[in-house]
Design a protein around this ligand. Structure first.
Ligand SMILES: [Zn+2]
Length: 494
């Protein structure tokens, strides 16, 4: 029997403000959409937190036996500098400043994004569609919204008619705003807008002559509005209505409220059943911002090359740190917090690795089955990873008590605990077993040094002392000392 029949998940639905029992539209299947990055700069740590949070959701649903289709888009066009449909396209601007093709910008930062998420051990989504790959679908949706009377054409651009929509639907429900709150107060906009009302948002923008990213449409050569791509891609791959939509808290308005309006305008239905939003990450108690320097890139954490941390940290430790907070809480990143997480991470891994050496007793002092259900209960309660981690540390205390002969565990319970810990730590939380990973690297390093010793011996046999000395000296320079003895050459790592 699939685990999901035994484990009932409750999800905090951002639109109702309540924890609701999760029942997918089609039994055993889950459709999940998460707004991906706009690929015009290196992915920042706050975004990584969002993607790690939804990776946890994806992993847990899969663990329970659900067949999950996880769609996460790449925004490679249409995202303007200003949320109120003004300013330059972020990707086009970067391309102009660096004098490269927009698609070079897209490629560079898509690769960076994948590389970083890989290091964090995030699973790839099932489908990763791009905005530029779905221009046709976006144009079709605009036509439908116009046909339903919720959009109008003005001077080659198409705008969503928010006031008209609000007569029959509630616009801004997700973010809890009313129409007056939504008037953008940018002077530029009020001066030169084709909009009927300032709350309206662009579905299609006519491109200015200098705008380099443009496509033909029935209205003008232009580009789609940012909110539209997510409606087009979620509808295409998950249907008019689907189970879970996630994103960062900052996307609630206008982005997600606009997605709801677009979907409802076409089908009359709510496109999403459960809205989930991950909270933000602060750095030393303050909002992260490039402009103030209160900012750190994931790569700078892994390498230790930054002014904020006293040392480097493994991606898995950073992931563990992130999962020690619930995804809906604000999380503060600091050197001390990471140092504490690293210690906890090590204690957890050490206890897990010592399980095999525990003596098997006749009886158990620890109810492993009850512990397993408590761990599931934590995850069932809106993916509460910090509570799950607290239960893992309870298991660590029990393991250490058995090690110190202060408690007993049967062989069967020990094996059961090991399997369950492995499920929760690696399969669900997505932590990486450092011992295994480094063990593998160690083996490869050993093989590489053996190869260099062999090449050096060959050089010496050929009387090429320049090469043989070079190999020895360069190895020594990086801290590997060779020693020639009767049995051949051995090495030591300094
Ligand atoms: Zn989106």
């Amino acid at each position: 029997m699939a685990l999901y029949k035994e484990q009932v998940i409750k999800i905090y639905n951002s639109i109702s403000g309540e924890k609701e029992t999760f029942t997918p539209l089609v039994e055993g299947n889950v459709g999940m959409y998460v707004c991906g990055p706009t690929v015009y700069s290196n992915v920042h740590l706050g975004n990584c937190r969002t993607f790690i949070s939804f990776d946890l959701v994806f992993r847990y649903l899969k663990h329970l036996g659900y067949k999950v289709r996880y769609v996460r888009n790449i925004t490679d066009a249409g995202h303007l500098e200003n949320d109120a449909d003004s300013g330059e396209d972020r990707i086009a601007k970067k391309a102009r400043l660096e004098q490269i093709e927009p698609m070079e910008v897209v490629q560079r930062y898509t690769v960076d994004f994948h590389n970083i998420l890989n290091k964090f051990n995030n699973l790839p989504p099932s489908i990763e569609p791009t905005a530029t790959g779905h221009i046709v679908e976006q144009i079709e949706i605009i036509k439908e919204i116009i046909d339903k009377g919720f959009a109008y054409v003005a001077n080659g651009s198409v705008y969503f008619d928010v006031l008209k929509f609000n007569e029959s639907h509630q616009y801004g429900k997700l973010s809890g705003r009313n129409l007056e709150d939504m008037i953008p107060n940018t002077r530029e906009l009020q001066a030169q807008s084709d909009k009927k009302n300032p709350q309206d948002f662009a579905l299609w923008k006519k491109a200015e002559p200098q705008h380099i990213m443009r496509w033909p449409s029935p209205w003008s050569d232009g580009f789609p509005g940012w909110h539209l791509e997510c409606t087009a891609m979620s509808t295409k791959y998950l249907g008019e209505q689907f189970d879970i939509h996630g994103g960062g808290m900052d996307l609630k308005f206008p982005h997600h409220d606009c997605e709801i309006a677009q979907g409802k305008a076409v089908t009359g239905k709510n496109p999403v059943r459960y809205w989930m939003h991950a909270n933000m990450l602060t750095l030393n108690g303050k909002k992260m911002a490039k402009s103030t320097g209160n900012n750190i890139l994931p790569e700078e954490i892994f390498s230790g090359k930054n002014d904020i941390l006293e040392k480097s940290f493994e991606p898995s430790v950073v992931r563990f740190f992130i999962l020690q907070a619930h995804y809906r809480s604000i999380l503060d990143f600091s050197n001390d917090a990471l140092v504490a997480s690293e210690k906890g991470f090590q204690r957890l891994m050490d206890a897990y690795h010592s399980l095999d050496q525990l003596p098997a007793s006749e009886r158990s002092d620890f109810d492993v089955k009850a512990w397993i259900q408590k761990a599931y209960d934590a995850m069932n309660d809106d993916f509460n990873s910090p509570i799950l981690i607290a239960h893992l540390f309870e298991a660590v205390r029990q393991i250490n008590a058995v090690k110190d002969s202060k408690a007993e565990l049967t062989g069967a319970d020990r094996d059961l605990l090991k399997k369950a810990m492995s499920d929760f730590m690696f399969d669900i939380l997505g932590l990486t077993d450092q011992e295994e990973e480094h063990g593998d690297v160690g083996q490869k390093l050993e093989g590489t040094i053996e190869l260099l010793i062999k090449l050096r011996a060959e050089a010496r046999a050929n009387k090429d002392f320049k090469t043989s000395d070079n190999i020895r000296d360069q190895l020594e320079a990086i801290g590997i000392a060779l020693k020639d003895g009767k049995e051949g050459t051995t090495y030591s790592i300094l």
